[in-house]
Write a protein that binds this ligand. Structure first.
Ligand code: C2E
Ligand code: MG
Ligand code: MG
Length: 678
């Protein structure tokens, strides 16, 4: 005998299951309708036969009465005796036939006597004659057709049967559709929060299979949701919450603090040079460094939290999140005092004085922190993060390790936004131009060149200096067009002076962002070509801090342009952290001594020594040197005696518009020519 496998049996049961339910439903429906029809037909035929019987009886009574009348006319006293049965007629038209014992054999009409029932007496009449008397032994219950009461009863009975049938059908329908309804409800109520729930349907049929499939599907969906949430809310590399997740946590903490009237603390920790260090270490090395950094930060946050918020730290621990390539953020969900938070942040950043050991390299990462107390400083997460960022920028600009948000920072930010908007318009309107400051040969006193310095010539006549707009332009990504405008001006003007016989070199400042832009060398080449300026007449100035920050990058950019003949200068020398090794490797031509040393010449002996050292260094490394910020003849004399070849400063002229510079140049040339003629 072949045994059916359990799976086959289940499949068979499932096939029969739903069919069986529908068959049962159909059977119940048919049975209900058939029963109703049978009862109605049966009842109807019974009543019809009773009706006919009554009519026959009436006719028979009439003939009995006629017979009695006949007998009466022949024998007035023998009429009653003559009939085995007696027929009675009532004055209201009703009548009956009764046996001699008084039992009603048939009746018609609805006379009161008939209806009164047993022991009522009815006269046997013929016209006005009373032939005798019938005594009724029972109540009349016959029917002679359908009375309205009977009709009502029939309708009520039919309604009852119908209601019963409907209830039965309803029950069955409910039984069949119930699981479907539950499935539908389950599907409707599904949400990301309920993806862990399951529906239990054990009907042993297709519905059970469907429910199992739905459960499988919901399980897979839940898993996918978890993955999506991970990707959306977790930083893939460190496993820390990301900015999106942090936003939720901040808003939740703010809501709780609103209830108890307290504040929570939010801080952004930004590691300077992290992105560049990661880039230098390569992919694997960079990832390892970031993971080590996140781990150290995480440990510091946990221990600082337990240290500062001894009790609350367990219920709502501090949240550490990674919010950008080089920024982390910490949320302290509750605060006692602002000073607690300051202490907390200090504890977090303290371990970063220690360098990271990475494959025989030691990496030290400095950081700045911008902090805010919420909801005091911002009513929601986005604003809180923005305010922390403002505080961070302020800390960075002031070279402070940490800064708390204050409303004045917000005002400054609004001013910055206004300035940014105006600058965009100014770029379109070509309002950024170069002014020129003379560079003088200390030996001959001749103007041998000029430094092009950016100016924003506003339509209201105000000329804005670069310190106001260059850092903002760099941050807002607008430095490109501004620098190009200055470089173009410088090349065209210097080429023009040359055509006039005034042999002049021109120096142009290059920002860190331009230095990192691969298109910069091509731009310089193009502008030289277009203006016709010899590359040797162009000098590009890179500040010491930018050049030393990434000497490799500086060399990559400087190399090809220098081959072309362009000269390079290290600007503001003495303020950065030049390593002698880097200095010898950098293919530069000029060292520009920072003006801060020149300014202190008369007051500070150290400045004298520094200038002397820089001049000696320049000679030994074969650099030309230029002293910046020369304001007095005394300073000029000092520099001349120490062998400084070139000077630049207000003593010789402030930065001026090109026409004014040309006039100054011509006047100086004329004076020189007159001196020679004498
Ligand atoms: P810098 O390149 O060191 O330029 C010298 C600055 O010192 C200029 O300020 C100049 O006006 C000022 N200066 C010159 N002689 C004297 C003096 O005797 N006394 C005093 N007190 N100051 C003197 P400025 O024009 O405000 O420029 C400031 C800085 O802005 C520049 O310093 C340079 O780093 C930057 N900069 C200017 N133009 C540009 C540009 O086109 N691109 C970039 N990236 N930076 C620029
Ligand atoms: Mg300069
Ligand atoms: Mg300078």
């Amino acid at each position: 005998m072949i045994r059916q496998k359990p799976a086959d049996r289940k499949a068979a049961r499932i096939r029969i299951g739903l069919l069986g339910r529908f068959a049962l439903l159909a059977f119940a429906l048919l049975a209900g309708v058939a029963g109703l029809a049978y009862w109605a037909v049966n009842d109807f035929s019974e009543r019809q036969s009773a009706h006919f019987t009554a009519r026959l009886a009436q006719e028979r009574a009439d003939s009995v009465a006629a017979l009695a009348a006949e007998i009466l006319s022949a024998d007035p006293l023998g009429a009653e005796r003559a009939g085995q049965q007696a027929a009675a007629r009532f004055p209201d038209g009703a009548g009956m036939i009764a046996s001699p014992g008084g039992e009603i054999l048939a009746a018609w009409g609805s006379s009161q006597a008939l209806l009164d029932g047993a022991n009522a007496q009815a006269p046997i009449l013929f016209g006005d004659l009373v032939l005798g008397e019938v005594r009724l032994a029972q109540q009349y219950e016959g029917a002679s057709g359908f009375s309205s009461a009977e009709s009502l009863r029939i309708v009520a009975q039919m309604a009852a049967v119908l209601a019963l049938a409907m209830a039965l059908i309803g029950l069955l329908v409910r039984h069949v559709t119930g699981p479907i309804r539950r499935l539908t409800q389950f599907a409707e109520q599904l949400s990301p929060q309920t993806l862990a729930s399951r529906i239990m349907i054990r009907t042993g049929d297709e519905l059970e299979t469907l429910a199992d499939s739905v459960n499988d599907m919901v399980g897979r969906l839940g898993e996918s949701m978890r993955r999506v949430q991970q990707l959306a809310f977790i930083d893939a590399m460190t496993g820390l919450p990301n900015q999106e997740r942090l936003r939720h946590d901040i808003d939740a903490a703010i809501d709780r603090r609103r209830e108890d009237g307290g504040n929570c603390g939010l801080a952004i920790i930004s590691f300077d040079r992290l992105a560049r260090t990661v880039e230098t270490l390569g992919r694997t090395g960079g990832d390892e460094l970031i993971m080590a950094l996140a781990q150290r930060l995480n440990d510091a946050v946990s221990s600082a939290d337990a240290n500062v918020r001894i009790l609350e730290s367990r219920e709502h621990p501090a949240v550490l999140a990674k919010i950008s390539e080089s920024e982390f953020a910490v949320l302290l969900p509750s605060l006692g005092e602002e000073s607690d938070f300051e202490r907390f942040v200090q504890l977090i950043v303290a371990p970063f004085g220690r360098p990271f050991e990475h494959r025989e390299t030691r990496v030290t990462l400095g950081c700045n922190v911008g902090a805010a107390c919420l909801p005091r400083d911002a009513a929601e997460a986005d604003l809180g993060l923005r305010h922390c960022r403002m505080a961070l920028t302020a800390a960075r600009n002031a070279s402070q390790p940490m800064r708390f948000f204050t409303p004045s920072l917000d005002r400054a930010a609004i001013e910055r936004l206004t300035l940014e908007r105006e600058m965009r318009v100014a770029i379109e309107a070509n309002q950024f131009r170069a002014h020129f400051q003379p560079k003088v040969c200390l030996r001959t006193g001749r103007i041998i060149g000029a430094e092009a310095l950016a100016r924003w010539n506003r339509p209201d006549g105000i000329s804005v200096g670069p310190v106001r707009f260059i850092p903002l332009a760099e941050e807002a990504g607008m430095i490109g067009p501004i620098a190009e405008a200055v470089l173009r001006d410088a090349c065209w003007k210097a080429a023009g002076w040359l055509r006039e016989g005034l042999d002049m070199s021109v120096a142009v400042n290059v920002s860190a962002i331009q230095l990192g832009d691969d298109r910069f060398p091509a731009l310089v080449r193009r502008l030289l070509d277009q203006s016709g300026l010899r590359p040797e007449s162009l000098e590009l100035e890179i500040t010491e801090s930018v050049a030393m920050d990434d000497p490799e990058r500086a060399m990559r950019m400087v190399g090809p342009l220098r081959e072309l003949g362009v000269r390079f200068a290290i600007d503001d020398f003495g303020t950065g952290h030049s390593s002698l090794a880097a200095l010898t490797r950098l293919p530069f031509d000029v060292l520009k001594i920072d003006q801060s040393f020149v300014r202190c010449l008369s007051t500070d002996k150290q400045s004298v020594s520094i200038i002397e050292t820089i001049l000696a260094l320049a000679v030994s490394l074969n650099f030309e040197s230029v002293a910046e910020g020369v304001e007095t003849e005394l300073e000029a004399e000092f520099l001349r005696r120490r062998g400084c070849p070139v000077a630049q400063g207000y003593h010789y002229g402030k930065p001026m518009p090109p026409l004014e510079f040309l006039a100054t140049l011509r006047a100086a040339e004329e004076r020189r020519a007159q001196r020679i003629a004498l």
